[in-house]
Write a protein of this length. Structure first.
Length: 286
């Protein structure tokens, strides 16, 4: 599968870059390079946002807009003497390295290579800073300014606020991150009930729209595990639904990772392939 090869290559390339929390600008040139040709063609535009996040807009004159999101930052497991190129290993079954969240970046960057040939709905691509809280809590001295002025999830919140300010509001947000739920086994999970974890009072309309999206995912792959956990999808769900004048579905689609928040994280290549197939079919149905 050529697309899987692209996703694996993108995952490995992004995993090599020491774009630790608060130093996400180190990965910007690579991400921006993936969009240069699409921007030159007029197919994609870049939307300004404060901080170290990135937003791209693919307008296909569709009535529906879906945001695909992944976070740029990694936890610094190396301290002040980190290598210029972080170690990455590939075997027949898995990729090992800084997979949180390079697996999500790899999937989304691979999907973007399909834009010239697929009739997807309008897409917003959100690449956020400071998703991780572990480094901020445990080793703030490894962040810029000793972590002062930085908060967990600030990138997602800034992205949502930038879109709200410009009146560019997605109908759905799908965050591609990695999940620790499978404890070393293969698997793909969907998180959907963000209002249970972000203190948002969800109305029947948002709950029903979210159920419909989850059911669409299950119609594509009935082995998806339904659960809930914390990541940027909570922040997107809260910011858009508390401030936009419409219901915005926020979901997370996540391949398994193990170990979690440690050196040598592994993601199964077959799970990356599953996520790619699920997303392509989901966007095609929409």
């Amino acid at each position: 599968m050529e697309l899987l090869d692209t996703a694996i290559r993108m995952t490995k390339k992004t995993a090599e870059i020491p774009s630790f929390s608060s130093y996400e600008e180190r990965i910007h040139p690579f991400i921006e390079g993936r969009f240069e040709a699409l921007i030159r063609s007029g197919m994609v535009s870049k939307i300004p946002v404060n901080g170290n996040s990135l937003i791209y807009n693919y307008d296909n004159d569709s009535e529906l807009t879906i945001a695909l999101t992944a976070h740029l930052d990694k936890i610094n497991h190396y301290g002040e003497t980190y290598p210029a190129q972080l170690p990455v290993k590939e075997t027949e079954t898995f990729i090992e390295g800084a997979m949180d969240n390079c697996a999500g970046l790899g999937v989304i960057l691979a999907l973007c290579s399909l834009l010239p040939q697929k009739n997807f709905p309008n897409l917003l691509l959100f690449f956020s800073e400071m998703e991780e809280s572990k480094g901020l809590k445990e080793h703030p001295e490894l962040l810029k300014n000793n972590g002062e002025g930085y908060t967990h999830g600030m990138g997602a919140r800034k992205i949502a606020k930038a879109c709200l300010k410009q009146g560019i509001i997605p109908d759905e947000v799908i965050t591609v991150d990695t999940t620790p739920l499978f404890k070393g086994e293969k698997g793909v999970a969907v998180y959907s009930k963000h209002w249970e974890l972000n203190d948002l009072e969800a109305g029947d309309s948002l709950i029903n729209k979210t159920k419909n999206s989850v059911n669409t995912f299950l119609s594509i792959d009935d082995k998806i595990h339904l659960d809930n956990n914390t990541n940027d999808y909570l922040h997107y769900g809260f910011e858009f639904n508390s401030k936009a004048n419409k219901d915005v579905v926020s979901l997370a689609l996540e391949p398994a990772i193990y170990p979690y928040h440690q050196k040598g994280e592994r993601v199964f290549k077959s799970d990356i392939e599953r996520v790619l197939k699920i997303l392509i079919q989901y966007l095609s149905i929409k």
